[in-house]
Design a protein around this ligand. Structure first.
Ligand code: PHE
Length: 415
């Protein structure tokens, strides 16, 4: 059977056995939620951009990238799990939807930009619940310095002193759990002193950003300083690498990933005489915290009860309104050995769209007697519309189609 083509943003691409992009995902590509004035994602983006006025700001790069851009240019090993078709959306074996804004690092550095921010929609195959949606938004930020200590050392040291005194006067408490060690090392060829200055610059720069974002949303009556902590992390394209957490509303929350850019990335971008840092943050995650938005689907809502709540440039608390009732349906089936729940979730998304609120695996068991199908699984799907009440007949129809598609495409045997 001929595999034909798939159309993405007005162009046709040949399909192959990697193709797993669905119509419901394709329909999200032109949306650009973060460009809508007043939308929380737009306010967060413009607030962050205002914090970095002398950086170049990008937000128009197409979501379709090569696997080289998304992975190889960033030193992802060939067997990295992120490359798997169960985790990413592929148009075909060479082209995919970016899974992170880091996919554009090489091209932006290659264009000569040394201080920049980039906002974009990113795509990941995942479960279905209140904090996971296959499309979300990230902001990448990066800054480069000359890798010659004589050229950039003094200026960096002076800037770091200034940033540090700003932080202290703002009552930010930095808890640093990181140690540069063999697990999270500086890079071989870097001058240690310079790598240390760059790491400090990254920490102070991001701490001031987080102070700006979180302090205005924190309890204003509290005199307590904002607590920020730095945790060692791993990314293929940075070392040392960190995750940053903020103590907010009585909890430590993971906010972003960052680190000192791997030399290989800079070499790919033909700027090998530079050293620098990069960070990537999830806009929905931060907006859900700051605005108290309980469900990630709300960002896509056209309901005026949602949209009319927000003023451009203002981070305010979301006022919940009454929700329409939910309906649950269980689907059980025997699974072949290569079954992956992300494949099932994509069929649910494709048929139910934003009516799918949560897909939960509620039961699974082995049966060795059943030939070929060893595992039985039962998924509970919760349907709820954000904007209207649903008919039972409508849900029944969707469930029948989900079962049909799952048995055809995933070779499950419905029970
Ligand atoms: N791209 C990483 C992610 O999506 C975040 C990151 C960006 C980490 C830049 C380090 C440097 O998780």
């Amino acid at each position: 059977r001929r595999l034909s083509t798939v159309e993405v943003l007005g162009r046709s691409y040949p399909k192959d056995k990697f193709t797993n992009i669905t119509p419901s995902i394709l329909s999200k590509l032109p949306t650009q939620l973060y460009t809508r004035p007043g939308h929380p994602l737009n306010t967060l983006k413009t607030t962050i951009e205002a914090h970095f006025p002398d950086y170049a700001h990008f937000s128009n790069l197409p979501a379709l990238v090569s696997t080289y851009q998304n992975f190889d240019s960033l030193s992802f090993p060939a067997d990295h799990p992120g490359r798997s078709a169960t985790d990413s959306y592929y148009v075909n074996k060479d082209l995919m939807l970016r899974t992170h804004t880091s996919a554009h690092e090489v091209e932006v550095f290659c264009d000569g930009h040394k201080k920049w921010l980039l906002t974009a929609d990113v795509y990941r195959r995942d479960e279905i619940d209140s904090s996971h949606y296959p499309v979300f938004h990230q902001m990448e930020g990066a800054r480069l310095f000359s890798d010659d200590l004589n050229v950039s050392g003094d200026a960096l040291a002076r800037e770091n002193t200034r940033l540090f005194s700003e932080l202290s006067s703002e009552h930010v408490v930095l808890e640093d759990r990181t140690l540069v060690d063999s697990k999270n090392p500086y890079q071989e060829h870097h001058n240690k002193q310079l790598a240390d200055l760059v790491t400090q610059n990254l920490k102070y720069t991001l701490s001031l950003l987080l102070f700006k974002l979180f302090a205005q949303a924190a309890d204003p009556s509290s005199e307590a300083p904002l607590q920020i902590r730095w945790i060692p992390a791993y990314f293929p394209f940075t070392t040392p690498s960190y995750e940053v957490e903020v103590f907010f509303r009585h909890k430590w929350l993971e906010i972003l990933g960052c680190g000192v850019i791997q030399q290989a990335t800079l070499t790919n971008a033909k700027v090998s005489n530079e050293i620098g840092w990069a960070f990537g943050l999830g806009l929905e995650r931060i907006a859900m915290i700051l605005y108290k938005i309980p469900d990630i689907r709300l960002f896509w809502s056209e309901d005026l009860r949602f949209l009319s709540q927000f003023k451009p440039g203002e981070i305010s608390t979301f006022q919940p309104y009454s929700r329409y009732p939910a309906t649950e349906r269980d689907i059980s089936f025997w699974c072949p050995n290569d079954f992956h729940s992300n494949d099932f979730c994509d069929i649910v998304r494709d048929e139910a769209g934003d009516l799918a609120e949560e897909v939960q695996l509620i039961d699974q068991y082995h049966d060795k007697r059943k030939q070929g199908y060893v595992m039985s699984r039962c998924f509970r799907i919760r349907f709820r519309s954000m904007e209207r009440s649903m008919e039972h007949a409508e849900i029944n129809k969707i469930v029948i189609t989900i079962k049909k598609r799952a048995s055809e495409a995933l070779r499950v045997e419905i029970r």
